[in-house]
Structure formats: C-alpha cells, structure tokens
Design a protein around this ligand. Structure first.
Ligand SMILES: Nc1ncnc2c1ncn2[C@@H]1O[C@H](COP(=O)(O)OP(=O)(O)OP(=O)(O)O)[C@@H](O)[C@H]1O
Length: 820
C-alpha cells in the first residue's frame, strides 16, 4: 500500500519535488514513478534517472528489473502492483501492456546513472562541439591525486623554471608547513577547483592593517616586577614569541590571576590593558597570516594546476570535475546551443533526480541548464527527491542552500509555463519502529536548521527499543575506545547466545542483523575492527585497499622484477617464499649451499638442482619466463592467471579475484597506449594509483556513517554519538574566495562563524543519518559528554526509564532504556 503522499508523488503529469525523511520510501517511490511513466507510455530510453553513486544506480536498476519481471511472471502480482500505483483496478489491456514492459526494457536500456556518467556520455556524443577527443579517458580520484602529486613534485623541484615569486612563495610555505601538509592543503583546494575557485584566478583578500606591537612600557614594568618577586618561571613573559602563551590560555582566552594578589594594582591594570591590546594585535596578526598563507597556497595551486591541466589534455584525460565543467560550458555555448538542445529535446523526456540534497552548486547548474528541455513542454516531467536532513557531503561541495534555491528556480519556471509543480513531504517511516522515531522527533524537532517534520511510524508497527549507555570511567588504563569495543562485543555475544528474537525478522539475532556506525575511520573504528575479529566475529567492512599493499600484488611484482632483472636474487627468493611455491627459509638456505664460483646467481643455483620439487619449480619458472618475453603485459598476466599451477594456489589469498581483476584491468588500459611496457607499469604500480573496494557480505557490519547512507539494519549501534562533520577542507570558502583555516580562528569573524555553524549543522545531520538506519533497536554510547549525548540523554530521561547496567558489575551507573 502507498501512503497518500507517496501516491501523489507518482502522478506522471506533474513536476514533483519530494522532501522525504529517512526510511519513507525515497528509492521505493523513484522506482514506482519510473513504472508509472512506463505505464503511461514513456519510452524507457527517454527516462533519465540520476543517482548519487554508481552503486545506487545499479541497485535501482536491479530493483526495477525485479519489479517488472514479477509483473511479467504473474498476472495477480501485476494486478495488485497496478492497482496500488494507478489507484484503481486495471483492465485486461492495461495488465497485458504492463506485462510487456519487461521485454521492452530488455531491448532498450534504461538510463539510470550518475550525473557524472550522464555528462561523460553527453561529452562523448558532442565531443566535436566540446573540442575534446571522443576517446577521452576518465581519471578517478586516486589517479587524479597521483597525477597531481607528480606535478606538485615537478613544480617544487629545483629544476623547475618558475618565476622568482614562486621561489619566494615556496620558501615562505616551507618555513610554515611540512611538505605533507602542503600537499594536503593543495589537494583540498583541488577538490573545490571547479566549484568555488577558478585556478587561473588569483584571489586578493581584503587588506588588513599591520599589527600593533605590544606596548614596551608595560613590558618594562612587568620585567621589573618579576625581577623583584623572583618569579623566575615567568621570565619568558618578555620574550616576544611567548606573549601568547603567557597572557592567554591554549584556547586563546585571557589568563586570569596572572599576578599574585600582592602585586600593585597599577600593574594589574597594566596587565589587563596589555591583554586587551595583545588580543587585538594577535587578531590582526592572524588575519595577516591567513591572508599570506591563502595567497601563497593559491599561487602555488595555480602553478601546479596549469601543469596538471596540460598533462591531462596531452594524454586525453578528463577528471570528474571536468565532466561537469565542460558540460556546463557546452550547454551555455551560443554557437552550439541550438543543435545540442534539439538533440536533447528528443532524448530526454523525463528526468528523475535522487539524493538531491547532496548535489553541488556546479551540478545544480548542469541540471538547471538541462531543464531548458522541459520549459513549456506539457508532457515532459521533472522529479526530484531529497532529504535536506541527510545532506552530509559538504566536503564534496554539497550545498543545502542550493537545494532550496534550485527548488524555487524549477518551481518558478514550471509556474511560468503553467505546468503543475507539487511539493510533497514524506514523513511516514516504513523502516523504523515507533520508539526510535519518538526519540528522533524529540532530538531534532526544535532544530531550526533541520527543516524537520514529525516522523510517524506505520500504524501497527511494533515499538522497538532505544538504549543509552552511561559514560565510561575516564580513569581506565586501556584506551577508552578498546574498552568500549570490548563491552559492545560482550553485549553482542550475549544477544546471540541468548537467542533474543527480533520482531522485524521473526527470528533470533544473527551477526548480520547488527550494524556498528562510526563517524569516520579513526582509532575507535580500528578498536572495533580489532576487537570484533579477536572475538571471533566476521566483520563486514567497506574499505579501500591500495593494490600495492596487498601481498598477492607484491608477490606478482617480485616475479615481474625477477623476469626483468634475473640477477635480482631477492625478488626470486620472494617469489619462491610466496604462496606460488611456499618454500621456507631453511630450504632457501639449502639451495644457497650449492653455490659455487661458477653459479653466480640464485637462479643459477636453482637451475643446477636436478631433484624434485626444485626441478619442477625451475620448469614452471622457465615456462612463465618464456611466455613473459613472448607476449604483451596484458596477455602474459591473462595467461598466467589461468595456468593450473596458479589456479590451484591463488584461491587461498584474501581478495585474490579483485586484485587479479584490478591488475588485468590496469594492464589492459596500459597496453592500449603506444610505447608503454612493464617498466612504466611498475612505476605507476609502486604508487597509490590502483585501489579497489574490499567486499565482504558475512558478519557484523562496521561502517562509517557516510558509507551506510541508504542502508538499514534491525540493530544499530552508535558507539560514539559525538559527531564531527567530515571536512577535508583546509580552507573555508567565502564570497571573496578561499581563506586558509587553522590560522584564522576568530569567533568574531563572520565567515568563520558561518563556517563553524555549517560544520555543526552537518554534524547534526550525520547523527540523524546514523540513528535513522535502525529498524528495531538503537543503541548509543559516547566517549565524551558532547551535545548529542546530552540530547539523547534528555530525550530518554523524559521518555524512558533508568535500568541497572546488566553487563559489567564494576560499572555502578545505570542505562537509560526506552522500550522493552
Ligand atoms: N509504500 C510502501 N509499502 C511498503 N514498503 C515500503 C513502502 N515505501 C517504502 N517501503 C519500504 O521501506 C523501506 C525504506 O524505503 P527506502 O529505502 O526507499 O527509504 P529511503 O527514503 O530511500 O531511505 P533513506 O532516506 O534512508 O535512504 C524499504 O524496505 C522499502 O521497501
């Protein structure tokens, strides 16, 4: 059954903008909207659905295929699905037509994709108009980073012919930052290069007045007084760089009681005045530093960016932001607009946008330009679904203000063309049980930044449970993260051993029902990963692995290095010790024992052995070596992977299939390019260039909150509710351009205030996303008495009861529990 709001959202003749709270069926409704459009006669290839990630796109395609397949297979299912989304009982023709949809979408592919993939296809179609190579390749983020690092190294090297100003900038930055930090800050600018700053533009920040130096008379008085009182530990007071530490606390607040009570009143007043002056001076100084650092970073950034850009163009690469930026340029190009829009007009009839709250300003720009295709056309529709409360990708440029602004733009345009535009709020959660929703309502309903509507559970849904643990004793000698992880593992074991029944699944708790959510990869995350593993639990993690760090890849690299340099004894030893041959140290030494002056290398020694298994190993290695020199890199690895010797052995490696796939894919790409061989591949391979996502399906879920977006689980544990926004930014972005963070931290600065407020609001939304993943049971604890902890505490003190902590009798405090 659909709720009435869900039903309205399916109307295929209206533009619809859906604000959907978590678990209210965003994805569900998007799939049914596509079905409704297809039932209405829309051609599948003219429906474009844009998802936030490729994974979400694949998931949605699978779900839609499944729905259409179910409809095709059973007339009863078809009838009930159609009755639900049409709002009336379908006739036999309608049922027959609906059952044909399955074969129709098999013939013509559906366009469910990310905005980046859409732009990629668009630029490939109009490559001539865009002035780019039609066979351009895409650089993913890790590839961009590697390319960027190479160019940074070039620009910062002595041999680079830069301007004298570049040398001054580099010297200045090098005295203030380590190379590692310079890289991080430049990389942070790179992320925003197309959103906020345009690399060739050099920002001028407002001029600040030079700092007032500290009043010398006061220092003289102070020195005299300190001499007379012999307070030697305060001697550094007149040492200029220590002003700050002497007069201010680490947090920057003026220190109280700087002088003993017996100090003369006049000196006390001087001190107060000095603090006041110094505060002002430091503020000015901070502005100057921030200004200088920002200028320097922007200067260096543009220099590296130019190199990076030229390299990309030369090799025919585009990065993700190029896809967006070039699409905008082309859609705005007056020479080609007419032709391009006439083509798009035929191709796009219905546009659906998922997770719209995480769209960045430049992505909105693409969508707004595309919406020209609809203007004034009564049969074309726009469907946007998003939840402002779940906007947690600020670090990728997502901007919530743009979500509301874009809505107004689309609405005005629809009204102008007299096309109905409906805003729909979905608040009925199909996922989360009532008690959890009550706590969520309590915590967020009065937050003006949340655009919050009260969440309601399904009418006959169970109540569920929310539990908040007491704060841990801070005097523990183990790390508090480890202690917390051990307590949670104990608790999980208790649930599983007691066979606690879950209402939403109707069976006893299993490891797969549990999801542990941590705000970012930090020591707490590692503590949970380790403790769960030690406790014998499989852990479902989503982690990115760098290829060169895996043992299998290292062993393959050793093999290739030995082929290329047969005198390299150590590579051969590594190959023999690897799971390809499993030779142990003693056996290796026994081979070396055969060494004579005639046998120079380890390979010579090995080849001289006539006994098994050595003779077999030599034969195999000969065969591999022969093939290595007779084929291209890709052909060799493809052949080698399927040799029976390797097939029998590699399955025992963790992630073997993904690693070999990745190596093959990279070699395939490599072999496409003229003049590239093993040496170039090894060079690239030795960097962090190749990464892959580890996939595991069994066990307890341990995820960062960002990677759990869109997921749900019967039991959710949030071990540390004190959230932080996941900011990669080293700069805050103002109307005038970027400002270096870290130097400028004045609460009075309006931009800084705005920045910190935005960070705090995003942290609230991250908490919301985490809490709304739970279906039936939500468990929270915290490592510090943060504002979110107090919010949950307050909500549960009102709604729940305090019960003794049954887990560890050494802890006297009690647990707050709401629900049975
Ligand atoms: N009308 C409905 N009838 C039955 N089940 C529904 C209905 N609408 C949604 N659901 C179910 O509710 C659950 C949550 O739906 P969905 O994942 O689409 O929510 P969502 O709004 O996308 O969540 P999130 O905001 O967390 O991404 C799913 O199991 C979905 O199948």
């Amino acid at each position: 059954m659909l709720t009435s709001a869900q039903y309205d959202a399916l109307n295929p003749h209206h533009h619809v903008w859906v604000h959907a709270s978590a678990g209210t069926g965003k994805t569900f409704i998007l799939i049914y909207r596509i079905l409704r459009l297809l039932l209405e006669g829309a051609r599948p290839e003219r429906i474009i659905a844009l998802t936030f990630t490729q994974h979400a796109g694949k998931e949605m395609t699978l779900r839609l295929h499944k729905l259409l397949e179910d409809i095709m297979r059973s007339s009863d299912t078809c009838k009930s699905v159609l009755t639900m989304c049409l709002g009336f009982t379908p006739n036999s023709d309608q049922i027959r037509n609906a059952q044909k949809l399955w074969s129709q979408i098999l013939d013509t592919s559906l366009n469910i994709q990310t905005l980046h993939s859409f732009c990629q296809n668009f630029l490939q179609t109009f490559s001539l108009e865009a002035g780019i190579r039609g066979d351009f390749k895409i650089l993913d983020e890790s590839q961009c980073f590697n390319l960027w690092s190479q160019q940074q190294e070039t620009v910062c090297s002595h041999t680079y012919c830069g301007s004298p100003e570049l040398n001054t900038v580099l010297t200045r930055l090098a005295t203030r930052y380590s190379m590692h930090h310079i890289t991080l800050h430049l990389w942070s600018l790179w992320h925003r290069s197309k959103e906020v700053i345009y690399p060739t533009k050099h920002f001028k920040l407002c001029q600040v007045s030079p700092p007032n130096l500290f009043c010398p008379e006061i220092m003289e008085q102070l020195k005299k007084f300190l001499d007379s009182t012999q307070l030697k530990n305060l001697e550094y007071a007149w040492n200029h760089p220590k002003y700050q530490a002497f007069f201010f606390t680490q947090k920057g607040t003026p220190r109280k009681k700087l002088l003993p009570a017996k100090a003369p009143e006049s000196l006390k007043r001087w001190i107060e005045q000095a603090q006041e002056d110094l505060k002002h001076t430091l503020r000015q100084q901070n502005y100057m530093d921030a200004w200088q650092d920002t200028e320097d970073f922007c200067y260096l950034f543009s220099e590296i960016y130019n190199q990076y850009h030229q390299y990309k163009v030369k090799l025919g690469f585009l990065d993700f932001s190029d896809l967006i930026y070039k699409t905008i340029k082309l859609l705005e190009d007056p020479h080609h607009m007419g032709w391009i829009y006439s083509q798009l007009d035929r191709k796009i009839h219905h546009l659906l946008i998922d997770e719209a709250q995480d769209t960045s300003p430049s992505q909105w720009k693409v969508l707004e330009l595309l919406s020209e295709v609809w203007n004034g056309h009564p049969h074309k529709t726009l469907f946007v679904v998003g939840d402002p409360k779940q906007s947690i990708y600020g670090f990728q440029g997502a901007d919530l203000e743009q979500f509301f602004r874009a809505k107004e733009v689309f609405k005005l345009s629809a009204e102008h063309h007299k096309i109905p535009f409906h805003t729909i709020h979905l608040t009925h959660s199909f996922r989360t049980y009532g008690h959890i929703l009550n706590v969520i309502n309590c915590i967020f309903q009065n937050d003006p930044s949340m655009d919050f509507k009260i969440h309601t559970p399904l009418p006959h849904q169970q109540e569920g449970l929310v539990e908040l643990w007491p704060m841990l004793d801070s005097g523990l000698n183990k790390s508090s993260g480890t202690v917390l992880a051990e307590l949670w593992v104990k608790r999980i074991r208790h649930w599983i051993s007691q066979g606690i029944i879950l209402q939403c699944t109707g069976r006893a708790v299993q490891a797969e029902d549990i999801l542990i959510l941590i705000s970012k990869r930090c020591s707490l995350y590692e503590a949970f990963s380790k403790t769960l593993n030690l406790g014998g639990f499989f852990v479902r993690e989503s982690s990115t692995i760098t290829l060169k760090d895996t043992l299998l890849a290292q062993d393959i690299l050793a093999l290739i290095q030995w082929f290329l340099a047969p005198h390299d004894n150590w590579s051969l030893v590594q190959v023999l010790k690897s799971p390809f041959f499993r030779v142990n140290e003693e056996e290796i030494f026994s081979v070396f024992a055969y060494r004579s002056t005639a046998l120079k290398t380890f390979w010579d020694c090995l080849s001289s052995l006539k006994k098994k298994p050595w003779s077999t190993y030599v034969e195999i290695l000969w065969q591999w070596k022969k093939m290595f020199f007779e084929s291209t890199p890709f052909q060799f690895v493809q052949w080698w992977v399927y040799t029976p010797w390797i097939q029998e052995r590699y399955t025992s490696w963790p992630n073997a299939i993904q690693i070999l796939d990745k190596i093959l894919a990279s070699l395939f790409e490599f072999c496409q390019e003229q003049g590239k061989g093993w040496m170039e591949w090894i060079e690239l391979f030795s960097t962090d260039f190749f990464t892959f996502k580890q996939k595991t399906e069994k066990g307890i879920g341990l995820l960062t909150i960002h990677s759990a977006k869109g997921l749900q689980s019967p039991i959710v544990i949030i071990p540390d509710v004190s959230m932080e926004a996941r900011s990669k930014d080293s700069f805050m972005y103002t109307q005038d351009g970027p400002w270096k963070l870290g130097v400028l931290q004045e609460d009075e600065d309006p931009w800084y205030k705005l920045y910190t407020e935005k960070q705090a609001q995003e942290a609230r939304r991250i908490l919301y996303v985490a809490m709304t993943r739970a279906q039936e049971r939500l468990y929270c604890s915290s490592l510090k008495k943060s504002a979110p902890y107090l919010d949950i505490y307050k909500a549960l003190s009102t709604l729940g009861v305090s019960v003794p902590w049954d887990l560890d009798h050494s802890v006297c405090e009690s647990v707050l529990r709401y629900g049975a």
